[in-house]
Write a protein that binds this ligand. Sequence first.
Ligand code: FE2
Ligand code: FE2
Length: 199
Amino acid sequence: MKTLKDLFLNELADMYDSEHQIQRALPKLAEAATCEKLKKALTSHQKESEGQIKHLDEVFASAGAKPHGKTCDATVGILKETHDLVAHFKGSPVLNAALVNAAQKIEHYEIASYGGLHEWAVLLGNKKGAELLKNILAEEKAANDTLTALARSTCNPEALAVGATVPSVGTEKTTAPQPRPSMEHAPKSTSKAPVVAAH
Ligand SMILES: [Fe+2]
Ligand SMILES: [Fe+2]
């Protein structure tokens, strides 16, 4: 009968492989990015992944097992989609928005995986492993937050600006429904009456 520890080691091996795949892919993705801030974020994430692999070695040791990987098909799939995006949007700043989002898909996969592994380490009484996994989980969440901030401040607005034209006034007819007049939403003051009452 398979045990919770078997499941723990199975998923740990999945993440061990996932981190290796990510570490190998990140330099290419950083090279493809044309936004300096994004390049930096992807490069620093590669270094972080290196450290996480070392911590996973320790998690294996804490569970009395040798470090080993098992092909993470989810990471294979996300990275394949990411490389397709690079080919499709190359030459446009839209690519940076695509890359941030692709990196976030990886982060969310990692957050879910390390979240589960941490819970199981606690249940299995593996304090050392639980502590290490908690730290990795915190790093993944922080990396995701950094990417969200980068998307909002830079990559998404720059992507939105591509091909944007200023609409010429008076040449376009609007077909949007007009708002119904309502006292509730009427401007507070539309009269030309003096704002300050006379004494
Ligand atoms: Fe990671
Ligand atoms: Fe990550």
